[in-house]
Design a protein around this ligand. Structure first.
Ligand SMILES: Cc1cc2nc3c(=O)[nH]c(=O)nc-3n(C[C@H](O)[C@H](O)[C@H](O)COP(=O)(O)OP(=O)(O)OC[C@H]3O[C@@H](n4cnc5c(N)ncnc54)[C@H](O)[C@@H]3O)c2cc1C
Length: 706
């Protein structure tokens, strides 16, 4: 206690203790005040019962008050107030439950992505450790123990996962869904359009809920929590032929019904949502195209096929594989999305470097519109389906039409002989800047470009590592040695390293040459080849990773991904600005935990690249989690636009992004498009209202963040 530290002067001790106690008391009072301020701030932001972690997160950091005292004050406050319990129960009842998949293993889950037999579960070992397993046998990681994932999520989001507390347990009863607006007579007239009558018509609540949604977080949250807010279609019809589609359109015109084309329902833009009743009171008919899934003809010599629009990617790929061909188009959703949906949204697949995007693959479209059948594929098999100069291209009008201009019934597409060789590689690079330079250099390689190149930022790379299955001791040793090898030379740091996963496809010679060129580029960007196994694992993981989001929702973690095309010159800025904006919006709402935001470059072009953002956050105790999340996502989208990115690279606009269209299009363009719509569909039979044709209020959300 003596200033010199030489010893305790007994006579001063009691004075010193008094001083210490007084100082502590003063600090503690201030700490209590700080805690009270945080609590009242959280209350004002909609958190009447914040837990200790949530309070601690928002304690002031830059004060002279000791942090430990504020923590103690927070603990004491929690202990003294029984009402401040962790708010763990969302007041929600799920609509859907996982059903027994054994009757049809290929059936699709409801209220979650993917097949019924494939989903993640969380298990707890005898030692209390949590590990995750993917059920089913479809994917590389299916059935394997993932020991690191739960820990990774807990650390990154600063949360504790309670395995016994699942947000949406299965229930017996369905949430009430408003009855269809159509009466039995209306339904009989609709059924009469189809060969098998009511066999192709459904008003089942589950069908209506599925067809009135897509795959946004709002759709999944709404379905699973029973809080679905969007209007649902009154009836689902499943035409089997172009003639049935045409008859349906005539009926809809006569009866003043609105038709909403529906493919796989995998859109992430609310594109298959019905317009609000106040905007369009007509009965809504969802036209599910999946029964129109035939391959009409294949011309192997020209490398072309005429295919009905309701075919799913999986069916199309399987069909072509049997003939020794591929379509080359592989969006991550290909198992469930359809050819018609790809055209209507202007989709892009991961191998676009080699095979092009949907606009390069589709040579002609056949559309059943309000003015009859548009296009020429139905009668003229001899037509030239290559590059022509014959005036305004009708298929360009349909690409990105999002169901607003007519129903695409079939298309002529390019097909390719299955590649002679497929190979994989992966490259570790010191940091994201080096990764971007590396990706840009590859983008200029033209014919030498590998079929797919994906660059994972450090956060996403670490997530990938956390998804690695339990490995044998030998593998662990191998990994540790190779890791040390990279770090030893000072070229890579665990905190900054990024990873590119690469898929090569082509002739044996092409693949050899591409690999050589890639090795040279990697070397000149301080990259270290991490081997084909990592590259293939990255490719395989793509399809399994889509299941993660719905699994996370079991434990109150809400997530979404969104994408943009960004020029090379602005890419780094867009990524940084978007991440910053999400963090800012999260913090300014005093939300609990830390959001996890990562990014990935997925498609490369000469002039720029497609970047995906992945964002998830803890929603414990948040009053309207899905709406809060959607608002932050909207701000992120605005940040992308402000920083020079585009509204969408391939997901489309739908209703979700429609409020932004006035920022990207001139009035002249939008008015022209509205005029085209009026000419093609004078009675607005296809009134789904997406993109420029949506009913929307313009959006320009700048939160004032500096
Ligand atoms: C996990 C996941 C991964 C994804 N990955 C990708 C990806 O890699 N690349 C990509 O591009 N997208 C991706 N998406 C988005 C989505 O899969 C695409 O937008 C896809 O093209 C939608 O096809 P769909 O058949 O499901 O169409 P739907 O969702 O049924 O419909 C989408 C729009 O197209 C219209 N439409 C559908 N069929 C027709 C038709 N026959 N005629 C006229 N209009 C029609 C609908 O009215 C609607 O406006 C992904 C989505 C998810 C959930």
């Amino acid at each position: 206690l003596s200033p010199s530290g030489s010893g305790v002067v007994v006579s001063d001790a009691s004075e010193a203790v008094k001083t210490i106690v007084a100082t502590l008391a003063e600090h503690f009072e201030a700490a209590e005040e700080a805690v009270a301020n945080v609590i009242s701030n959280l209350e004002a932001n909609g958190f009447p019962n914040p837990d200790e972690m949530h309070i601690t997160q928002y304690l002031p950091q830059n004060t002279n008050r000791p942090l430990f005292l504020m923590r103690v004050a927070a603990q004491m406050k929690m202990a003294s107030s029984k009402s401040r319990m962790v708010n763990t129960t969302l007041n929600a009842a799920p609509i859907f439950q996982r059903v027994d998949a054994s009757s049809n293993p290929d059936s699709e889950s409801l209220g979650a992505w993917g097949y019924q037999d494939s989903y993640f579960v969380l298990n707890v070992g005898p030692d209390g450790s949590k590990h995750v397993v993917m059920k089913g046998k479809r994917y590389g990681i299916s059935g394997k123990k993932l020991p690191r994932l739960a820990k990774f999520v807990e650390t990154e989001l600063n949360i504790k996962i309670n395995p016994n507390d699942v947000t949406f347990p299965a229930v017996e009863n369905l949430q009430h869904i408003p009855a269809t607006a159509l009466n039995n007579d209306d339904l009989s007239v609709i059924a009469a359009v189809f060969g098998s009558g009511m066999g192709q018509v459904s008003i089942k609540p589950l069908d209506r809920a599925r067809h009135g949604t897509g795959h946004t977080q709002e759709d999944m949250y709404g379905l699973r929590s029973g809080s679905l807010r969007s209007r649902l279609p009154d009836v689902i019809v499943r035409p089997k032929s172009e003639d049935e589609v045409k008859s349906l359109i005539s009926l809809a015109t006569d009866k003043n019904y609105c038709l909403i084309p529906f493919g796989g329902g995998t859109n992430v833009t609310h594109a298959t949502h019905c317009p609000e009743k106040s905007d369009d009171p007509r009965p809504m008919i969802s036209v599910d195209m999946k029964s129109m899934n035939r391959v009409v003809w294949v011309n192997k010599e020209d490398g072309l096929a005429h295919v009905e629009a309701g075919i799913t990617g999986r069916q199309l790929i399987e069909h072509m594989e049997k003939l020794g061909f591929t379509i080359g188009h592989e969006p991550d959703s290909y198992e469930f999305s359809t050819l018609g949906g790809w055209i209507a949204t202007k989709a892009s697949g991961m191998k676009q470097n080699r095979y092009g995007n949907i606009e390069d693959i589709v040579k002609e479209v056949n559309v059943a519109g309000a003015n009859g059948l548009v296009s020429n594929v139905h009668s003229a098999k001899e037509t030239s389906f290559g590059r022509v100069s014959t005036g305004v291209d009708f298929k360009s009008i349909m690409l990105g039409s999002e169901g607003c201009l007519g129903i695409i019934t079939s298309a002529v597409i390019k097909i390719w002989p299955i590649a002679e060789a497929t190979s994989y590689e992966s490259v570790l690079l010191p940091d994201f800047d080096a990764g971007l330079r590396f990706a840009k250099a590859i983008s200029k390689m033209r014919t030498m470009k590998p079929a797919s190149v994906r660059l994972l930022d450090n956060d996403q790379f670490r997530l990938g590592q956390a998804l690695k299955p339990e490995s044998s001791r030998l593998e662990q040793l191998k990994n540790a040695v190779s890791k040390q090898f990279g770090y030893y030379y000072g070229r890579l740091s665990e905190k900054t390293v990024v990873c590119a996963t690469i898929t090569f496809e082509g002739s044996v010679l092409e693949v050899q040459m591409q690999k050589k060129a890639l090795r040279d580029i990697a070397a000149s960007h301080c990259g270290i080849l991490a081997g084909p196994a990592v590259g293939k694992a990255g490719y395989d993981l793509t399809f399994a990773i889509a299941y993660l989001r719905d699994f996370a929702l079991n434990y109150r973690i809400l997530g979404e991904s969104f994408e943009s095309f960004v020029p090379w010159s602005k890419l780094k800025h867009v990524i940084e600005a978007t991440k910053q904006r999400i963090l800012y919006e999260h913090r300014s709402r005093s939300l609990p935990g830390v959001p996890f935001v990562c990014s990935r470059i997925t498609q490369l072009y000469d002039e720029g690249a497609c970047v995906y953002f992945y964002f998830c956050m803890d929603i414990s105790g948040i009053p309207n989690p899905s709406t809060t999340f959607a608002t932050i996502e909207e701000c992120a989208r605005q940040a992308i636009l402000h920083a020079g990115g585009s509204l969408s690279h391939h997901h489309g606009v739908g209703k979700l992004r429609a409020p932004f269209v006035h920022q990207i299009y001139s009035d002249g363009y939008m008015n022209s498009l509205i005029a085209v719509k009026k000419a093609l569909d004078p009675d607005n039979v296809f009134g789904v209202g997406n993109g420029v044709l949506a009913n929307h209020t313009p959006c320009d959300k700048d939160s004032g963040m500096k």
